[in-house]
Design a protein around this ligand. Sequence first.
Ligand SMILES: NC(=O)c1ccc[n+]([C@@H]2O[C@H](COP(=O)([O-])OP(=O)(O)OC[C@H]3O[C@@H](n4cnc5c(N)ncnc54)[C@H](OP(=O)(O)O)[C@@H]3O)[C@@H](O)[C@H]2O)c1
Length: 285
Amino acid sequence: MSTPKIILITGCSSGFGLLTAARLASSGHKVYATMRDPGKKEFLEIETAARGGEKRLNILAMDVSRPDTIKAAVKEIVAREGVIDVLVNNAGFGIGGFFEDLSDADWRAQYDVNFFGVLNVTREVLPIMRPRQKGLVINISSMAAFSGTPAFGAYCSSKFALEGFSECLYMELRPHGIRVALVEPGSYRTKIFEENARYASRFFDADSPYFSWSQRLKLMVDQHARANHRDPEEVAAEIEAIIDSPAPSFRNIVGFRSRVRYWFVRHIPFKFYAWMVDLALPSNA
Ligand SMILES: NC(=O)c1ccc[n+]([C@@H]2O[C@H](COP(=O)([O-])OP(=O)(O)OC[C@H]3O[C@@H](n4cnc5c(N)ncnc54)[C@H](OP(=O)(O)O)[C@@H]3O)[C@@H](O)[C@H]2O)c1
C-alpha cells in the first residue's frame, strides 16, 4: 500500500462501492464510504470487519443528486481530517428501455446520478484538493461508454458523457497537481442488473411498438445477469491499484475480455459493429 490516504467513495451500499470501501479500509486507508440511505450500511460493515478494516471505515449519508447532502458530508470529512486525498465517483444505475419508451423524467433521473451526480460531488471536493496541489479523482465509467446497444441509450450516453467530461477535467486539473482516472469495467455481478435495475416508463406497455423487442432483451439481460459470475472484487482491486500508483493511467479497462472488446469497437467500422449487434439482439421489425 502507498501512504494511507483519506478517501471518499460514493454509492457504497452495494457492488463495487461496497467492496472498494471494505478493501481500501482493510489496506490501511481511511475511508469515508457514503450512501444515500445509511440504513443499508450493514453489509458494508460486515464485509469490512471480515477483512479487519472496521476501525478505518466511516459511513456518511450522501445522495449524489442532492447537493445539500454532498455539502454536509464533505464538510464533515474536512472538519475531521482537513483533507480529502482521493474521490471515487462510483454511484450509478442503469435504466433499460428504448428511446420512445423513455420519458423525459427517465432521462433526467439517469443523468442526475450518472453524470450530474459526478459533477455535484467533484465540484465540492476540488476546492479541498486544489490548494494542496494534489489529489486524485476516479470516475467509474463502463464499457458501455465505448459502444451503444439498443435499449441502453440513457445509460450508455450518460457514460459517454462522463468520459468526455473526464478527458477535459484531466487536462484542466493537471496543472494543479490533481490527477483524474477512469475505470471502465465490463459486466460484473452486482445489484445493477437485478435489485437496482430500472426500466423506462413504457417498458412494460404492451402497446409500445418496442414491446416484444424490449421484453426479449430483458429476458436475455436477466439470463446474462444470472450466468455472470465475474467477481466485482476485480474492479475494487483495479481502483486500489490506481490509488497506489504514483502515475496511474487515465483509462483503466478492467479485464482482458474488456480490453479486447475495446480494441475491437475502436478498429472496426461502426456499420459492421451494428450488424453484429443486430445478429445478437435481432429486432424482428
Ligand atoms: N456491475 C457492472 O457490470 C458495471 C459495469 C460497468 C460500470 N458499472 C458502474 O459501476 C458503478 C457501481 O455500480 P454497481 O455495479 O456496483 O451497482 P450496484 O450494486 O447497483 O451499486 C450502485 C450503487 O450506487 C448507489 N446509488 C444509486 N443512486 C444513487 C444516488 N442518487 N446517490 C448515491 N448513491 C446512489 C446505489 O445505492 P442504493 O442502494 O441507495 O440504490 C448503490 O450503492 C456504477 O456507476 C455503474 O454504472 C457497473
